[in-house]
Design a protein around this ligand. Structure first.
Ligand SMILES: [Zn+2]
Length: 68
C-alpha cells in the first residue's frame, strides 16, 4: 500500500482539471464576445468599442475601427 500519493497520476488528474476549467472559461469568453459583437452590430454600434455609429459613420470616430 503506497504511503505517498502517486505523483504522475496526480499530475495527470490536475492537468485534466486545469484543461477542462480553462477550456470552459475560454469557451464562455469567446461565445460572450461573439454574442456582444452580434448585439452591437445589430444595434448599429461599433463592434470594437460600442460607440453608437448611427448606421452611417465608418470608420468609427471613437476608435478608428472600420466595420465594413
Ligand atoms: Zn469604435
Amino acid at each position: 500500500m503506497p504511503i505517498r500519493p502517486v505523483f504522475p497520476a496526480l499530475w495527470i488528474t490536475w492537468g485534466a482539471w486545469f484543461a477542462m476549467v480553462f477550456g470552459v472559461v475560454g469557451l464562455i469568453r469567446v461565445s460572450w464576445g461573439a454574442w456582444r459583437r452580434h448585439r452591437w452590430r445589430a444595434r448599429g454600434w461599433c463592434v470594437h468599442c460600442g460607440y453608437n455609429l448611427g448606421g452611417v459613420v465608418d470608420p468609427c470616430p471613437e476608435c478608428g475601427h472600420a466595420s465594413a
